[in-house]
Each structure stands twice: as structure tokens, then as C-alpha cells.
Design a protein around this ligand. Structure first.
Ligand SMILES: Nc1ncnc2c1ncn2[C@@H]1O[C@H](COP(=O)(O)OP(=O)(O)O)[C@@H](O)[C@H]1O
Ligand SMILES: [Mg+2]
Length: 249
């Protein structure tokens, strides 16, 4: 029998995004397989946020191709991007919870509004997912009553409530005090064990080393180096990667 060749869940080719004179993305190729955890590192301004924002249509790339599960996304079709965003969740540095809604309503909003779940089912999902991150007793509070680490765990639950196939994280722990970083990274590690496909922009090199299947180093809108964490951290092939690691480690 001929084995089925699985196509990457998320793939881009030649992705380019220009802001005036700045090439935020300068021809990025990337393929992420199902179940893979890819950590993206690189200096500030290297295009990390722009990359993951383009991959789920929050920014429109100027050129290049994005394929989700093998199917090319028409960059100009809002309907296609809505579909992509139901399959690929996003978690931001600043949590982006709605401050005037309880935790429960933050989590139920998208599944109910998109018609994916009834209110009753969405509520059940929300409690089940909150229990997974140890916050089942926080359903009725407002975001401002929670610590940063708790808010970020709620933001992850909100993404999970859409039953996504993948989640993209943009520096999920950068706004957190050190003691809260761990509780958020632990949730991401648990998702990885459950097989979630994830792209995580992070400055947490310990996390990248131990949780990533692959690490990508970006600089000036390009992927400079892409490899297994032991190789990329232990024996980087590019001088630029070496210099960056020497600065931060
Ligand atoms: N909306 C925008 N308007 C103008 N320039 C932007 C915008 N977003 C990003 N940039 C620029 O694009 C480059 C890449 O930014 P970004 O993707 O945020 O980098 P990173 O996340 O790696 O810090 C930077 O030079 C940044 O200033
Ligand atoms: Mg960024």
C-alpha cells in the first residue's frame, strides 16, 4: 500500500509583508505538521508577531501563499479567514479578554456567536476547560479580579472553547511576573502532550529547549535558522543565531 503523505496543517511560502520602508516579513517559508510545537525566537522587530498575525488573517500579507491543511487561503476572502480563525486560535501577550464580561461569558462568546455551540453546551465546555487549567471556581468573576497568570489561562481556555486544531501564541508570558510564567507555560506543555499543534513566539529559552519540537530563529523578516532545539541552541549553524543566543543566554 502507498502510505498517505500528510500535508502540513499550517504552511506558508514566500510570505511577505511590507510597512512603508520596512519589510516586516521578507519571504518566509514555514511548514508546521499536525501535533508539532514550533517556538519562534528572535530580536524585537524581527517579524515574529507579523508572521503569526498573517497566518490567521489578522494582517493581510502582501504576497506569498498560506495553506491550511493543504488548501490555499484566498487572502482577499473574509469568509475564508473566518473559517481559518475557527480552526486556528490565537493567544496574545495582553490576554485581550473583554473586561465587561465574566470569565464564563468571555469563554462562551465565540462558540455561541459563531453558531458552533448552544449556550448550554458552551457553558458546559467552559466549565470543563476551566477545570483543566485549575480555574473552575473563577467562572463568575471579571478579568480584573484575576492575576495576570489567571487571565492568560482564561485566554487560553477561550481559544480552546472553539475546539481549534492549532493555537498561535504571541509572547504569552511576556507581560507576566516571574512566578506566573510557569503556570501559563505548564498549560501550554499540557496542550502539547495532548497533541495540539502550536506556534509559540517566546523569549523563554528554557521552555523552548524542552517543549519545542522545532525552534525558528527570525531576524529582519526572515527565517535565519530552523532546527531541533538541541541543535539550534547547542550548535547553531548561523553566525547571526549565535550572536543572538550569546546576548540573551
Ligand atoms: N502595523 C504596523 N505598522 C507599521 N510598522 C509595523 C506594524 N507592525 C509591525 N511593524 C514593523 O514591522 C517590523 C516587525 O514587527 P513585529 O512583527 O511586531 O516584530 P516582533 O514581533 O518580532 O517584535 C518592525 O519593524 C515593526 O516596527
Ligand atoms: Mg511581537
Amino acid at each position: 500500500m502507498i502510505p498517505l503523505i500528510e500535508c502540513p496543517l499550517i504552511e506558508c511560502r514566500g510570505l511577505t509583508k511590507v510597512y512603508g520602508a520596512i519589510r516586516a516579513l521578507d519571504g518566509v517559508d514555514l511548514a508546521v505538521q499536525r501535533g508539532e510545537v514550533v517556538v519562534v525566537i528572535g530580536p524585537s522587530g524581527s517579524g515574529k508577531s507579523t508572521l503569526i498575525r498573517c497566518l490567521n488573517g489578522l494582517e493581510e500579507a502582501d504576497s506569498g501563499e498560506i495553506r491550511i491543511d493543504g488548501a490555499s487561503v484566498d487572502a482577499h476572502s473574509p469568509a475564508q479567514w473566518r473559517g481559518v480563525r475557527q480552526r486556528i486560535g490565537m493567544v496574545f501577550q495582553d490576554y485581550s479578554l473583554f473586561p465587561h464580561m465574566t470569565v464564563l461569558h468571555n469563554i462562551m462568546l465565540a462558540p455561541v456567536r459563531s453558531g458552533r455551540r448552544t449556550a448550554a453546551a458552551a457553558k458546559q465546555d467552559a466549565y470543563r476547560l476551566l477545570a483543566r487549567v485549575g480555574l473552575e471556581d473563577k467562572a463568575q468573576v471579571f478579568p480584573a479580579q484575576l492575576s495576570g497568570g489567571q487571565q492568560q489561562r482564561v485566554a487560553i481556555v477561550r481559544a480552546l472553547a472553539m475546539a481549534p486544531e492549532s493555537i498561535l501564541f504571541d509572547e504569552p508570558t511576556s507581560a507576566l511576573d516571574p512566578e506566573m510564567i510557569r503556570e501559563v507555560l505548564d498549560v501550554i506543555r499540557a496542550l502539547s502532550r495532548d497533541g495540539m499543534t502550536m506556534i509559540v513566539v517566546s523569549h523563554e529559552m528554557g521552555f523552548a529547549r524542552e517543549a519545542a519540537d522545532r525552534v525558528i530563529f527570525m531576524d529582519q523578516g526572515r527565517v535565519v535558522e530552523d532546527g531541533r532545539p538541541d541543535r539550534l541552541f547547542g550548535a547553531p549553524s548561523q553566525d547571526r543565531t549565535r550572536r543572538f543566543l550569546a546576548q540573551i543566554l
